[in-house]
Design a protein around this ligand. Structure first.
Ligand code: ATP
Ligand code: MG
Length: 407
């Protein structure tokens, strides 16, 4: 019996790598254009970072973290990257740089949740974070960047949903409204919702439990709560964001029930959903988190960012072909074959030779599968110092010099 990969993890095999390279390259190009700098933080962090940073009423911290002890220290595989980026931003005094400070990242995240289509235990995210700008132009900037990135991937059939959660003040009345509407059927809701009711009622709206969702419908929950009434400042901010998006021609839908799963959001939250993904349909989630830097011990710093699930993006992109190599050297003289292969590589070409000296017909069969051209190096070629190049697409053969090969 072979040992299998752990449940909820996936190998990314060579045949799938072209898609991953395409996504990563498009990310790098899009974010470079907007002067976002790449950052790479550790895959595991002090458990406290997530407890404080992501919030201890979230599913991520309560149920989904991979936590382990080493020399009396509690460490956790990162379930998301915003907390790690904020930690690095503080640890290296990057907050002293003149704002904005803009980062992007890519990498694996780890969450212990039920694996299903579009949901893994190790998965990959690409994300951006922008620090130091209070104005809604920063919210618009990161949303624009998400849309540009998705366009770069050829993805158009997507919906941007936005909402404002306001500040703590704005949320107070809304939380009460929500609690009042839920109270009559609270005892029928899932354990999570019952604990959210006390700790963070807003999160009830983010519940993925089918029974809860059916109850919300039956009790007309959404018609009983009117949406968050924003204070002057928050409402101004939200209005400004919409003006920016309109001016940028970015289509969006307002969803007053969009609350997101993390504790740290303030004002703007958004999600980008695909119309072609079934139930795990969110490809991007983000928002403003003006309190997080302070929560993690830094100075008050407005910030906004998002993360996308790379596996979900990949599911929307057509499968790209693995690139062929430039030359396959066909020969029964292995020393000459390896020398020519090495020379071709030194001249910037991808090349391989047949490691056995089997029949030319067999070698050519292999060449046709993996290369654009075969260089045939038989007895006559070696004796008379030339190469026969076979175009594996057209089958055309030409007598060539090395200079011809590297032209
Ligand atoms: P969901 O509601 O699907 O659980 P989330 O709110 O937990 O998403 P975020 O923490 O905002 O997700 O992460 C941003 C993006 O990362 C999601 O929109 C999704 O595309 C992707 N993502 C999150 N969890 C997973 C997972 N377990 N497997 C694959 N992709 C994921
Ligand atoms: Mg989740």
């Amino acid at each position: 019996m072979f040992i299998k990969a752990p449940k909820g993890t996936k190998d990314i095999l060579p045949a799938e790598i072209p898609n991953w390279h395409f996504i990563e390259k498009t990310a790098q190009e899009t974010f470079n254009k907007a002067n976002f700098k790449e950052i790479r933080t550790p895959i595991f962090e002090d458990t406290n970072l997530f407890e404080r940073g992501v919030g201890d009423t979230t599913d991520i911290v309560n149920k989904e973290m991979y936590t382990f002890e080493k020399s009396d220290r509690s460490l956790t595989l990162r379930p998301e990257n915003t907390a790690g980026v904020v930690r690095a931003y503080l640890e290296h005094n990057l907050y002293r740089e003149s704002p904005p400070v803009k980062f992007w990242y890519k990498g694996s995240m780890f969450r212990y949740e039920r694996p299903q289509a579009g949901r893994q235990r190790q998965f990959n995210q690409i994300g951006v974070e922008m620090f130091g700008v209070q104005d809604a132009s920063a919210d618009a900037e990161v949303i624009m960047l998400a849309v540009e990135f998705l366009k770069g991937l050829g993805l158009n059939d997507l919906t941007v949903e936005i909402n404002s959660l306001g500040c703590n003040e704005c949320r107070k009345e809304y939380k009460e409204q929500l609690k009042k509407a839920v109270a009559p059927f609270l005892d029928q809701l899932c354990d999570d919702c019952r604990s959210r009711f006390e700790k963070n009622p807003l999160r009830i709206l983010d519940c993925k439990n089918e029974t809860c969702n059916r109850l919300f419908e039956e009790h007309n929950l959404k018609s009983k709560v009117s949406g968050i009434k924003l204070c002057g400042e928050c409402s101004e901010h939200y209005k400004k964001l919409k003006t920016y998006l309109n001016e940028l021609n970015i289509k969006y839908e307002e969803n007053t029930f969009l609350v997101r799963g993390l504790d740290y959001y303030t004002k703007t939250v958004f999600e980008i959903k695909s119309n072609n993904l079934g139930s795990q349909n969110a490809v991007c989630g983000g928002g403003r988190y003006d309190g997080l830097v302070e929560t993690l011990g830094g100075p008050h710093t407005p910030a906004v960012g998002w993360a996308m699930g790379v596996e979900r993006l990949n599911a929307l992109i057509p499968k790209l072909e693995t690139k062929k190599i430039d030359y396959f050297v066909v020969s029964d003289n292995q020393i000459e074959a390896v020398k020519l292969t090495s020379k071709l590589r030194k001249n910037g070409f991808s090349a391989e030779f047949d490691y056995t000296s089997r029949k030319f017909a067999k070698q050519l069969e292999k060449a046709a599968k993996i290369a654009y051209k075969a260089v045939i190096l038989g007895e006559d070629e070696i004796k008379n110092n030339y190469y026969t190049v076979k175009d594996l697409n057209t089958s055309e053969q030409t007598r060539s010099s090395f200079a011809d090969l590297v032209k």
